[in-house]
Design a protein around this ligand. Structure first.
Ligand SMILES: Nc1ncnc2c1ncn2[C@@H]1O[C@H](COP(=O)(O)OP(=O)(O)O)[C@@H](O)[C@H]1O
Ligand SMILES: [Mg+2]
Length: 268
């Protein structure tokens, strides 16, 4: 589905632009349809740059990205527009992604119109379906982003991405701005959407608990490079020294659902 080969992005810095930041340095991985790859690493390690390159928001300094066998950076502009609907990126801050002057109904209608995905007379129905799909009632149609909570707005962002019938979602810290309980709801929604639509996820986060919950595999980034790739289930038993230090520095989530009830202990 997705094959990333030696993907590299340098940003120039300094007044003469002769110095470079190696934001992404020869990153390679592959991702199968319907699966989730978690991309973890500390702030500044290059995770978002990888996400933006794959979504076509940035052009690489080097390397290749093959999506369904097609080299995405060699596509002519028409091909790239088609591709843009198939790969959608979702960011941390839903409020920033939504035009505050547009109602939720209009925000969801616009991409359907732009990409001519639904005939005019079916637009309202399709938007109602999209709202229902992400667990929002039809009363949200006439509301505005500022009237919604962060979690509700992120649901709108997800609905809008799904409206284009994408195949790959790049999720860049999609729950990092949300309260823990809301985080869990959004992760649950993402998992259901993945099951129902066979979606493929690149899930970027610095939160190991979240990444372990949602991913099949995990790639660990440090200084622009992937230092280790492993099964999500073995993340907390990693051998690689950087992964180990990253895992050790991580503060585990205190979550009640992980505490096993101790039945009949000392009581009867
Ligand atoms: N548009 C940009 N111009 C210059 N430097 C950038 C730009 N975007 C990111 N960087 C730099 O690239 C490195 C990786 O950034 P980023 O991909 O955002 O990391 P992460 O998402 O892991 O926090 C950082 O050093 C960051 O400062
Ligand atoms: Mg980032």
């Amino acid at each position: 589905m997705l094959i990333v080969k030696e993907l590299t992005k340098y940003f120039s810095k300094g007044i003469w632009r002769k110095q470079y930041i190696k934001a992404v340095d020869s990153v390679s991985f592959s991702l199968e349809k319907g699966r989730t790859l978690g991309l973890v690493g500390e702030s500044g390690s290059g995770k978002s740059t990888v996400g933006k390159l794959i979504s076509g928001l940035l052009y690489p300094t080097g390397g290749k990205v093959f999506f369904q066998g097609v080299d995405i950076f060699s596509l002519p502009s028409t091909g790239r527009i088609q591709l843009r609907t198939k790969i959608q990126i979702i960011f941390q801050d839903p409020q920033a992604a939504l035009n505050p002057r547009m109602s939720i109904g209009n925000l969801l209608t616009e991409p359907l119109k732009v990409h001519r995905l639904v005939p005019g007379r079916y637009l309202k129905d399709r938007v109602a379906d999209l709202l229902a799909m992400v667990g929002l009632g039809h009363e949200f149609y006439h509301r505005y982003p500022f009237e919604l909570s962060g979690g509700q707005n992120q649901r709108v962002v997800i609905a809008r991405a799904l409206s284009l019938q994408p195949e790959l979602l790049v999720l860049d810290e999609p729950t990092s701005a949300l309260d823990i309980s809301v985080q869990a709801q959004i992760l649950h929604l993402l998992r259901i959407m993945q099951e129902q639509m066979g979606l493929t996820y690149l899930f970027i986060s610095h939160d190991l608990d979240v990444v372990q919950q949602i991913s099949d595999h995990v790639a660990v980034m440090y200084n622009g490079e992937i230092v280790e790739q492993l099964a999500a289930s073995s993340l907390f038993h990693a051998r690689n020294s950087y992964t180990r230090s990253f895992v050790d520095a991580h503060i585990p989530l205190v979550s009640t659902d992980r505490v096993q009830p101790q039945k009949n202990k000392g009581l009867n």
